[in-house]
Design a protein around this ligand. Structure first.
Ligand code: UD2
Length: 308
């Protein structure tokens, strides 16, 4: 395969679909490795190769890595409760398989490895907005395994690498039928189907919602930067927040949705979810300074799109 081919693990997932399609539209070859446990089939494309398999299986990784020159690791058990209920599965995929993938890719001399990390690494924030130097204190298996994976990637010195800490990612196409989908997907689905919205707590909790297309532009921006400047790149060996730099409370979200919907919105308040953090907000200054990345400014339009 040519020198422009990228492995996207977890490419059949929500973010993976957007990322794969953006890379293909740039004329790049993409190899998607996914076990399709939660992902959806990708439309066929002459530059796309799909490997259906388990990222924890070394022969599957080998097959995928032998076809590419760069790697983006999105494969993960993304459900926090599932990681709590199945700690071995969480470690197997979110940590060990990721670590093996990074080591093997590095040995093969790839041009770039980028990990999809998470704001869950920060746990309960000591300060807001969160910056990359904020203290790391992950809650639960999901955050812990993601932290270990990030650490193992950033300890690699002879390959251009970076880790992107994604905040609350949203956009059209996120699975609607899962109770663990993001709150914006659950709320928009409820409004469309005229079902009451459940707010866990009093609705004053806030999150930093970043649109999936902004996440894709961060991955591609970092990929191109690492491929161009290699180990001399300013981003190599570093981690970056990928966020909007703004936070909204759930009550503000409902208010914003109500402006776009003729449907009556019923709210049911329930007890706060166990382990929930109250507020989350990130700063994207580092990534902005490094590669000029900025998130889009059309939050309300992106919100409205969820209701269509
Ligand atoms: C996000 C991630 C999670 C993990 C975590 C780390 C998503 C879907 N989840 O969880 O994977 O990275 O961050 O901190 O991106 N809520 C309601 N009603 C609902 C659904 C949610 O009130 O029907 C509340 C929920 O209790 C929380 C807020 O909305 O206070 C956001 O919930 P979320 O699951 O979208 O995201 P979060 O930040 O808890």
């Amino acid at each position: 395969m040519g020198s422009d081919s990228v492995l996207v693990t977890g490419g059949a997932g929500f973010i993976g679909h957007y990322l794969t399609s953006a890379l293909l539209s740039q004329g790049r070859r993409v190899v998607v490795l996914d076990d399709f446990s939660s992902g959806l089939p990708l439309p066929s494309h002459p530059l796309l190769t799909v490997i259906s398999g388990d990222i924890a299986d070394s022969s599957v990784r080998e097959k995928a890595l032998n076809q590419v020159t760069s790697v983006i690791n999105l494969a993960a058990i993304a459900s926090v409760p599932l990681c709590e209920n199945k700690p071995k599965l969480s470690s197997r995929i979110n940590y060990f398989a990721a670590q093996d993938l990074f080591t093997e890719a590095s040995k093969l001399g790839v041009s770039a490895i980028i990990q999809a990390s998470t704001s869950a690494l920060y746990g309960v924030p000591n300060q807001l907005p969160l910056i990359e130097e904020s203290s790391i204190q992950p809650i639960g298996n999901y955050g812990l395994d993601k932290q270990r994976a990030e650490d193992s990637l950033l300890s690699i010195r002879n390959t251009p690498v970076c880790s992107l800490r994604l905040f609350n990612v949203f956009g059209v196409g996120q699975k609607r039928d899962s109770p663990y989908s993001g709150v914006l997907t659950i709320f928009s689905d409820g409004i469309r189907n005229e079902k009451p919205l459940r707010i866990f707590g009093d609705g004053t909790q806030s999150r930093d919602f970043v649109h999936v297309k902004d996440v894709v532009s961060a991955f591609i921006g970092c990929l191109e930067e690492l491929e161009k400047n290699g180990l001399n790149s300013i981003i190599s060996g570093n981690k970056f927040n990928v966020c909007s730099g703004k936070s909204m409370t759930l009550l503000e979200i409902v208010e914003a949705f109500s402006q776009f919907s003729n449907n009556e919105i019923d709210i049911v308040f329930e007890s706060p979810r166990e382990g929930d953090i109250l507020h989350s907000l990130g700063s994207f200054d580092s990534l902005n300074k490094a590669i000029g990345w900025t998130p889009s400014q059309n939050f309300t339009a992106n919100l409205q799109e969820l209701l269509l």
